[in-house]
Design a protein around this ligand. Structure first.
Ligand code: S3P
Length: 451
């Protein structure tokens, strides 16, 4: 399991042109929600293209612990026999969500309005992350929580026996918080309302509607107002999970910085609340095109073609775009090294409470690789050096963070000297096929000999 066993150091070196098709794995956000909403429906939900990364497998285990039947068939399709809204059983064991903030926060929401008690834990990264942002609104429904100092895991949630509906304005832009409140609202009578000042990914809203809940979204001067009617009977669905744009970002960004590359990434989910990176890259001069734009399972989907981009320039990323590319800043900062001029990333305080403090993790590693980085509490600036002039030659720490590990392995493909990541095992949480997929495109990434 990632981050729990022997570290897996990996080194990436200057790579030949990257060529071919990159089939990114299923979307992590949609995969978690498919299992949780399937577990809250009555009858059989079938899911194809589920991300079989550790984060999602931990959510599958958790759904079994709450009483759903979750089975992977030989074909690779997942079958979920749900217990219905309000039907969760009390788990007999502690729920271990591994590395997954999405898993634990959404599941806490889903169980908080049932008269059951559950204890949650995770790995060292997850147990250091703030849960108060979820337990605060869950308390308004009547749920109680008992965690470590600072609202950290391990934590026990005592679900509300007689939940009341809630109106809640999210204090931080977070789809996890929004989704936890909506999932809790499912088993409260009446209408639960979430107001978000900045729109975040809307997979929960789309999927709740798909499962038959009554849910509306309205853009108002105060922000986006989402209203859910409680106690619906959710109807099982057949779900085809699109490929994850946040994972696709790695082969896409690699192609932009490795000379001569031409990579096609088919079937990428391009929900506008997720696609901010691709808009930003195009503004920087990236040769990135959408082909075959279409709609699948209620989500916009396209094939992305990325080619080496000789004239990248640094830009100021608009802060109001942050939510739509929040997981992509680490890999954007890698592309920024190969641009001319500065890339400014502002309004990104949330990066400090992800699987690691992502501003600090990237700044420290990029500096070791010869790049100048300035930073403040909610901003950072990468000073680009242009193609052919990024030194590398560093060993960097992944800090139990899959996206930090993958970002530095992409960096090393185009630096003068190799880049080593001290532990690449966290990549298995979201992109278990990263190594073979990148190798097949022509990337030179090796597992270091551990003697
Ligand atoms: C996610 C929401 C985001 C994102 C995470 C997945 C989700 O987290 O970083 O990888 O599926 O709802 P926040 O809600 O903390 O922004």
């Amino acid at each position: 399991m990632s981050g729990h066993g022997t570290p897996v150091p990996m080194t990436s070196r200057q790579s030949g042109p990257l060529k071919g098709e990159a089939n990114a794995p299923g979307d992590k956000s949609i995969s978690h929600r498919s299992l949780i909403l399937g577990a809250l429906s009555i009858g059989e939900t079938r899911v194809t293209g589920l991300l079989e990364g550790e984060d999602v497998l931990d959510t599958a285990k958790a759904m079994r612990a709450f009483g759903a039947e979750v089975v992977r068939e030989e074909s690779g399709t997942w079958s979920v026999h749900g217990v219905g809204v309000g039907g969760f059983a009390e788990p007999a064991q502690v729920i271990d969500c591994g590395n997954s903030g999405t898993g634990v926060r959404l599941i806490m929401g889903a169980m908080a309005t049932s008269p059951i008690t559950a204890t949650f834990t995770g790995d060292a990264s997850l147990n250091g992350r703030p849960m108060g942002r979820v337990t605060d609104p869950l308390a308004l429904f009547g749920a109680r929580s008992y965690g470590r100092a600072g609202g950290r895991l391990p934590m026990t949630i005592v679900g509300a026996a007689n939940p009341v509906p809630v109106t809640y304005t999210t204090p931080v832009p977070s789809a996890q918080v929004k989704s936890a409140v909506l999932l809790a609202g499912l088993n409260a009578p009446g209408q639960t309302v979430v107001i978000e000042r900045e729109a975040t990914r809307d997979h929960s809203e789309r999927m709740l509607a798909g499962f038959g809940a009554t849910i509306t979204t309205e853009d108002t001067p105060e922000g986006r107002v989402i209203t859910l009617t409680g106690q619906p009977e959710l109807k099982p669905q057949t779900i085809v999970v699109p490929r994850d744009p946040s994972s696709a970002a790695f082969p896409v960004c690699a192609a932009l910085i490795v000379p001569g590359s031409d990579v096609l990434v088919p079937n990428i989910g391009l929900n506008p609340t997720r696609a901010g990176l691709f808009t930003t890259l195009r503004e920087m001069g990236a040769d990135l095109t959408y082909e075959n734009l279409r709609e699948e399972g209620g989500e916009p989907v396209a094939d992305l073609r990325a080619r080496f981009s000789a004239n990248l320039k640094g830009i100021a990323v608009p802060p109001d775009r942050a939510a739509s590319m929040i997981d992509e800043y680490p890999v954007l900062s890698v592309v920024a090294c190969f641009a001319q001029g500065q890339t400014e990333m502002r309004g990104v305080k949330e990066l400090r409470v992800k699987e690691s403090d992502r501003i600090d993790a990237m700044a420290v590693g990029l500096r070791a690789a010869g790049i100048t980085v300035d930073e403040g509490e909610d901003w950072w600036i990468v000073h680009g050096r242009g193609h052919g002039d990024v030194p590398g030659g560093a060993t960097v720490a992944s800090r139990l963070d899959h996206r930090i590990a993958m970002s530095f392995l992409i960096l090393g493909m185009a630096t003068t000297k190799p880049v080593t990541v001290d532990d690449a095992s966290p990549i298995a949480t979201s992109f278990p096929i990263f190594e073979p997929l990148m190798a097949q495109l022509g990337a030179s990434i090796t597992r270091d000999n551990r003697g």
